[in-house]
Design a protein around this ligand. Sequence first.
Ligand code: PGA
Length: 252
Amino acid sequence: MRRPVIAGNWKMYKTPSEAVVLAKGIVKALSSLNGPEVVVCPPFAALTAVGQVVAGSRIGLGAQNLHWAKEGAYTGEVSADMLRDIGCRYVIVGHSERRQYFGETDENVNKKSCAALATGLIPIVCVGETLAEREAGRADAVVEMQLKGALSGLSPEQVRRLIFAYEPVWAIGTGQTATPIQAEEMHAHIRKTIAMLVDAEIASGVRILYGGSVKPDNAKELLDRPEIDGALIGGASLQAESFAAIARAATK
Ligand code: PGA
């Protein structure tokens, strides 16, 4: 049994005081929810404040990025230990916006995932192809390469603790969702690739989330697919009601 994960990626939205209001709304809206593991990933500046709001609730705290070094002269960066210390349990790694705008490579994703795991954080490792790559028939190969890079040198036991997110770049923030069939096919491909690279039993147990324009009105048909173990949500996670509606749709 793979317990669904519903994670909100707030990106660079919400000041700490706005984030507290949103977090309170989410805690309230989901107070009686059973089932999915729910995670919110506010911007760094709001982590501490949101951590205080969700403490004691069933909502987990995640960051959107980290640096792989334990500490050091890396101006502007944040380490896994710092995230743990303020109560994070999760961290998004390799989001396509980081790949696209900040030069994140598969090698970085690998180093960041190792650093996160070493500190006890659960990395949410993102993969996904661009529209050009899909149109060229290269989507499977691109995602396979990203997984190979991300998992390089990781032990099966480390991979067991990862959460994966398939986020086709063309579906992020565009309102254009992958169809449940397209998502299901890629999730199956991701699982097969993990089985090939790591271990079949571990591949069958890891959660693979779908991300890219998930909204309350399309969440259920995606989340009902057996290969889709949850969602990573951007835009619709910025309002308590729409995020809560998606979380409720994950109660299979
Ligand atoms: P979106 O973002 O839901 O706004 O498409 C998803 C993501 O980037 O994680």
